[in-house]
Ligand binder design. Sequence first.
Ligand code: ARG
Length: 463
Amino acid sequence: MTNDQSNAMWGGRFAAGPDAIMEAINASIGFDKRLARQDIEGSRAHAAMLAQQGILTNKDADAIREGLLTVLSEIEGGNFQFSTALEDIHMNVEARLKEIVGEPAGRLHTARSRNDQVATDFKLWVRDQMDAAITGIEALMRALVTQADAGADWVMPGFTHLQTAQPVTWGHHMLAYVEMLGRDKSRFADARTRMNENPLGAAALAGTSFPIDRHMTATALGFDRPAANSLDAVSDRDFALDYLAAATICAMHLSRFAEELVIWSSAQFRFVTLSDRFSTGSSIMPQKKNPDAAELIRAKIGRILGANVALLMVMKGLPLTYSKDMQEDKEQVFDAADNLMLALAAMTGMVADMTANRATLEAAASSGFSTATDLADWLVRELDMPFRDAHHVTGTLVKLAEDQGIDLPDLTLTQMQAVHGKITESVFDVLGVHNSVASRMSYGGTAPAQVRAQVARWKEVLG
Ligand code: ARG
């Protein structure tokens, strides 16, 4: 099955149009229409530069630049007829421009190629997504800092191996995620700095014989400089990979926190109550309130990492420069970006709305001999005992309490002295969970005073 018309763009060399299957596999308009704004922005900068350099007349450039605005408003207003036969967003825009402004439209493609055009469009799109991710991350960080501020001295169990380890503060736990997100933010910011070079003007691959000014288009499009090697400029997709790598790590952090929220909101834990706004009911079990948003956030890493792996696989082994394989870069990145932004927004809403159940947290912190390390530290500090011996004495006391079904602070002094004669009354000062957390004053420790200092620092950073 063939079309009877040869293709309008490269038809000069072709007698027959593409097979329908060829058209289906070749066309990217179904997804790259999302690059419309960037495509038009790039073309407007290109036209202005061509005019400045005397390659286009001012009259033609003005007509092109105006016409492109009309095309943009048609697309954004939903009044644009996208055509699969025209393959992609670049050709769709140019064809419509021709209908609007006539002959000058055909001059727009002077001194460029779709290879540098698509690299430029996609870079602009990814750059916007880096900015959006940074903004989204900051919003979540603020919600977490608010939680940390409110609960700087609320005591909860700290875990290793998901076994109660030592008491920590709610604020400290919230700020752990703020640290992670702070690194995520800086990864996006680093990537943005690294990628901010303009591919436009690299043309098909070798540069152009026209006297273009690549610095001018770089400035117009907010790039720091033109990309310095035309071969690299058209074949580089590192910027998308950098975005996906940063997004993957961020999604992993969100997944870890989501997992905690799923556990914490269960009937067995009850550490937090999620708001109705971010929970769903069960169609069959009326008592249920499910943390669906947290579960979906937990899962998003799958498709985001998937996109990262997929694009790496597309790029590996590609000889310089452009190959059509690279058209497979966009859908994955679009999907990853949409889902990262959704996960960030949902997590921000959930965190802002959730209630920490203070009494439950404190009761949980007090169980499981969580101040055993404080007891061992007391033996070292007050009795000058080597830590290994203190560990052994503490272990004996834990066993003693466990046998009686009580916690360490419930042992009597006499019982303790039966294990080690030099233990004094002051040991009880370190055994309560509040004493325990207050004593963790080392920099970055869980003491409420340390948490408050970090809250103040983050408030300053986040403005
Ligand atoms: N739709 C293409 C893409 O997304 C645009 C570049 C086409 N270049 C080419 N030489 N066929 O990669």
